[in-house]
Ligand binder design. Structure first.
Ligand SMILES: Nc1ncnc2c1ncn2[C@@H]1O[C@H](COP(=O)(O)OP(=O)(O)OP(=O)(O)O)[C@@H](O)[C@H]1O
Length: 474
């Protein structure tokens, strides 16, 4: 288990937390929820080893790809005696991954500089090492940047170019020689091992993801600090607009468009992507906005891949963002699509009400909104800054969807395909198709668990309160 600094450049109370941070200096109390006997170091070690062996985790998949990459490379060497110009760059990557594998618990920082892959120039998109990398990351064209390319683009990481700061990284605005605007996510927090693991995990997921509503990775750089290079989302995060001084930019039709776009992006991650991806940190700060207010889901640092046959995944390390946790996650460490659906419900409440997930007084928007939702007092929920300028039907659809998404019971929460239908007001389609063609609602493991404990509404609210009190007591 590791502890991170979570200062954000945009004021926010709902910051990503590790278990220790969520309860501020009371890690033992909560770590016992998921794993009672191990020390923090042992736990982290077990977690890393488990992830490396687990071919379903992003890093496990990287391992599998590396094996494939090695065997491909060996068979190529047998075929040709002549080495291509990119062989040395490729072997740097191979060494980098091998060292990471071997030294996952030793300091990579103590390795000689040559151990870090040498990066070809950013223009070398078609070079063979890039092709090999693309193969490694699901055959997509990625650019490998040199540190000097990045320095040049970001005005040497100047403070004026700093546009975001998260729990793991600083994000700098930049401009490539061809005029393309970029956002460079420089992983700068934690130990070298943690940074390497975080970099590979995020890269391993984001490079597989291609959808209009997910952040666009252009490439990466592993010289100096590890850096991911994205297309710039000029309007920044939804959180910064929704809770900052530019709130007036977010009229109702934009908010509705954003809600639909995020739902489409999440549906893609859960059901249409090459692999089944659970994001695990859906929140307004992790939704970026293009010039046209098209939302893009970003920050795949906590994302998990779930094999098709798994009902859920149990995590022993509690990470995420206070205010967005589904009850089954913070009580039992259960992760599946429905934990993302819950967080999406909280995000919808933010969009409707304009309230942050957790305010300065640590009050949760869920606890505030629930009585109003139950009493159908929709008018009292709506962000006063919208006045009467909203489409009643659309607001109705978003309110109903939010209310279903934050249901205490995961089985009663809709799947993302149902969420999309509900948000568009096409739930009559849902009702008529559910009986005939739709997948039957399956009881999930988390449902059984919650039922077994007679997890009722009163207990749910008590748990939320307890969660809040623990955080406040810190
Ligand atoms: N492509 C981008 N375009 C514009 N701004 C961006 C981009 N990527 C990130 N940012 C800004 O940087 C912030 C931090 O980025 P990100 O969430 O990826 O970092 P993190 O360290 O993983 O954060 P967290 O603590 O949530 O895990 C975002 O909230 C956003 O404001």
């Amino acid at each position: 288990m590791h502890f991170r600094d979570h200062k954000k450049s945009h004021a926010s109370n709902s910051q990503r937390l590790s278990i220790g941070e969520a309860f501020n200096h009371k890690p033992k109390r909560l770590s016992s929820l998921f794993a009672s006997s191990s020390s923090a170091h042992d736990l982290r070690h077990l977690e890393l080893e488990k992830e490396k062996e687990d071919t379903t985790s992003p890093r496990g998949v990287l391992e599998a790809f590396m094996k494939e990459f090695d065997s491909h490379h060996q068979s190529e060497s047998h075929e040709s005696e002549v080495s291509c110009p990119s062989t040395s760059a490729r072997s740097h990557w191979t060494k980098f991954f091998k060292l990471w594998k071997k030294k996952s618990f030793k300091r990579l920082g103590s390795l000689p500089p040559l151990s870090v892959p040498k990066i070809p120039k950013w223009k070398s998109r078609s070079s063979r090492e890039n092709q090999a990398l693309c193969k490694l990351y699901n055959f997509r064209s990625l650019v490998t940047f040199s540190l000097s390319d990045i320095r040049h683009a970001t005005n040497n990481f100047s403070n004026e170019n700093l546009i975001g700061r998260g729990g793991f990284a600083e994000v700098y605005k930049g401009c490539l020689p061809d005029g393309q605007l970029i956002a460079v996510k420089k992983l700068s927090k934690g130990t070298t091992d943690e940074k390497t693991a975080g970099f590979l995990s995020e890269l391993g997921v984001i490079a597989h993801v291609h959808h209009p509503n997910t952040a666009k990775l252009i490439g990466c750089c592993v010289e100096g600090e590890m850096q991911l290079v994205f297309e710039l989302s000029p309007l920044g995060s939804l959180g910064s607009l929704l809770h900052g001084s530019d709130k007036n930019k977010l009229n109702w039709s934009r908010r509705y468009k954003i809600a639909l776009g995020i739902a489409d992006g999440l549906l893609y991650l859960h059901e249409s992507c090459h692999r089944r991806i659970i994001h695990r940190d859906i929140k307004s700060e992790n939704i970026l906005l293009t010039d046209n207010f098209d939302p893009q889901i970003c920050d795949f640092g906590l994302a998990k891949w779930l094999p098709e046959q798994w009902t859920h995944h149990n995590v022993s390390k509690f990470e995420g963002t206070f205010g967005y946790f589904a009850p089954e996650y913070f009580m039992h460490g259960i992760v599946d699509e429905k934990t993302d659906v819950y967080s999406f419900g909280v995000l919808l409440l933010e969009i409707i009400t304009g309230h942050p997930a957790v305010n300065d007084f640590q009050q949760s928007v869920v606890l505030w909104a629930k009585p109003l939702l139950d009493a159908n007092h929709i008018k009292d929920l709506i962000d006063p800054s919208l006045g009467d300028n909203y489409d009643r039907e659309q607001v109705g659809c978003v309110v109903v969807t939010a209310s279903l998404c934050i249901d205490q019971s995961p089985i009663l929460r809709p799947r993302m395909s149902q969420v999309v239908t509900l948000l568009r007001g096409e739930d009559h389609v849902l009702r008529s198709t559910k009986a005939s063609r739709g997948r039957p609602l399956q009881r999930t493991y988390s449902q059984e668990l919650l039922d077994a404990q007679e997890y009722n509404s009163t207990k749910y609210l008590r748990d939320l309160k307890r969660h809040e009190q623990l955080a406040l007591a810190a």
